[in-house]
Design a binder for this molecule. Structure first.
Ligand code: SAM
Length: 370
C-alpha cells in the first residue's frame, strides 16, 4: 500500500465538515423542521441570476435569455401585483407585530418601491440550467453579471431614488455595487472595502460594465469601515453588507474557509465586527436616510442579534434613533422566486431550497430618524 504524502498533512477535520457540524447544531434549533430541506439546498449547486447591464444595451442578451425560459424576477413580481405598471410597484406594507419579540425599538410602516431599472433574469423554479458567461456588447461592456439573485434584494430594499448619494461600506467584489448603479438614480457612490485585493477586483469589474461617465461618479477606497465615524460626510442611503460565515461557501470550499481551526477566534468575533460596521453605517446615514444591513448567513447571532444590538447602542451611546422598516411586502412580492423564512424578529431571510436554490440572504432596513 502506498501512503500518499498529503495523507500526513491533510486536516483531520476539513473546515467544510466543521461548518456542517456547527450548522447542524445551531440551525436545527433555530429553524426546526425546516433545517433538513435548507441543508439539502445548501449542499447542492446554487442557482444564479443574470443582473442585466443596462449600460451595455443588452437587448440581444435579454432576448436570448428569454428564449431559454428566463424571466426578470423584479418586473414579473411588480406587474403581477399592481397590473397597471409592469415596472414599478408602490406598496404599503402591513405592520408586523414585533412588539412581543423586539421591545427595544420602534418599527415603521414602509413604502416598498421596486426600482424600475434593475433587471435580474432567472430560470424558473425547479429549472437548474446554467447561464453562459456574459459577452461584451457593441460598446465593449459586458451584458450581464452573474450573482446569487437573492443578493439583489438588499439593493432593492435600499430603494435608491434619483439624486441620492450612496455609501457601500463593504463593497468587494462588487455585485451589489453594480446592482445599485443599475438603478441609474445615483448621484454619487462611495464604494469601500478593507481588502485592497477586493477593491482592485471591484474596480476591474466596474470598468468592464460601466461607461466612463458613470465611473466618474464612483469613489473607491480601502479602509476599515469601522473608522467611518472619523469621516465628515453622510449619505442618503448606506449598504452594510458585512463579512459573515458565508454559509454556502463554508460548506463547499476549503479555501478561505472561516471554519478552519486557525480562524476560530476570528469567527467568534464576527458578531462584534458586524455590529461595529453597522454602527459605522448608521453614523454615515443622514438623518431621514436609510441603511440596509445584510449577510449571506442563516445565523440569528449574525443577523437579528446584530441589528438589535446596534439599534440599542446607537440610541444609548450616540443619541441616534432608528426605525426598523418593515420588509414584509418583499415576502409577498417575491415569494414566486425565493423561499423565505416564515418569521424573523426583524428583517427578512431567504432560505435555500432545492426548487429555488438562492441565498441564504438576510436583510434588515433601518431609517435614521435623528
Ligand atoms: N457587497 C459585496 C458584494 O455584493 O459583492 C460583498 C461583501 S462581502 C460579504 C464582505 C466584505 O467585507 C469583504 O469583501 C471584506 O473584505 C469586507 N470587510 C471585512 N472587514 C471589513 C472592514 N472592517 N471594513 C470594510 N470592509 C470589510
Amino acid at each position: 500500500r502506498v501512503k500518499t504524502k498529503w495523507a500526513t498533512t491533510r486536516a483531520k477535520f476539513p473546515a467544510t465538515a466543521l461548518a456542517l457540524q456547527n450548522f447542524d447544531a445551531t440551525y436545527s434549533k433555530q429553524l426546526g423542521d425546516v433545517w433538513p430541506s435548507v441543508r439539502v439546498g445548501m449542499l447542492s449547486e446554487q442557482k444564479y441570476g443574470a443582473l442585466m447591464n443596462t449600460f451595455a444595451s443588452p437587448d440581444d442578451a435579454i432576448s436570448d435569455l428569454h428564449s431559454r425560459g428566463c424571466r426578470d424576477f423584479i418586473s414579473v413580481a411588480s406587474s403581477s401585483d399592481d397590473g397597471k405598471n409592469s415596472h414599478e410597484l408602490l406598496q404599503k406594507s402591513e405592520l408586523h407585530n414585533h412588539a412581543a419579540t423586539v421591545d427595544t425599538f420602534e418599527t415603521a410602516t414602509a413604502c416598498t418601491r421596486i426600482s424600475s431599472n434593475i433587471q435580474c433574469l432567472v430560470f424558473p423554479r425547479g429549472d437548474i440550467s446554467r447561464f453562459k458567461p456574459a459577452r461584451p456588447g457593441n460598446n465593449g461592456l459586458l451584458g450581464y453579471y452573474l450573482l446569487d439573485a437573492a443578493s439583489v434584494l438588499p439593493v432593492l430594499a435600499l430603494d435608491v431614488q434619483p439624486g441620492h448619494t450612496v455609501l457601500d461600506l463593504c463593497a468587494g467584489p462588487g455585485g451589489k455595487t453594480l446592482a445599485i448603479l443599475q438603478s441609474q438614480a445615483v448621484r454619487f457612490l462611495w464604494a469601500n472595502d478593507l481588502a485592497g485585493s477586493r477593491t482592485a477586483r471591484l474596480r476591474r469589474t466596474l470598468q468592464s460594465y460601466l461607461p466612463k461617465e458613470i465611473l466618474r461618479i464612483i469613489h473607491i477606497t480601502s479602509f476599515d469601515g469601522r473608522n467611518w465615524r472619523n469621516m465628515d460626510c453622510t449619505f442618503d442611503r448606506v449598504l452594510v453588507d458585512v463579512p459573515c460565515t458565508t454559509d454556502r461557501h463554508s460548506l463547499m470550499e476549503e479555501e478561505n474557509n472561516i471554519f478552519k481551526r486557525a480562524r476560530t477566534k476570528e469567527r467568534q468575533k464576527l458578531p462584534l465586527l458586524q455590529t461595529e460596521l453597522l454602527l459605522a453605517g448608521i453614523q454615515a446615514t443622514r438623518p431621514g436616510g436609510e441603511v440596509v444591513y445584510s449577510t449571506c448567513s442563516l445565523s440569528h447571532l449574525q443577523n437579528e442579534c446584530v441589528v438589535e444590538q446596534a439599534i440599542s447602542v446607537a440610541r444609548r451611546e450616540m443619541g441616534i434613533t432608528l426605525h426598523v422598516q418593515d420588509l414584509g411586502s418583499f415576502i409577498q412580492i417575491f415569494s414566486g422566486t425565493f423561499h423565505f423564512a416564515p418569521q424573523t424578529a426583524t428583517g427578512v431571510l431567504v432560505l435555500p431550497h432545492l426548487c429555488a436554490n438562492f441565498g441564504p440572504t438576510y436583510m434588515c432596513k433601518l431609517q435614521r430618524v435623528s
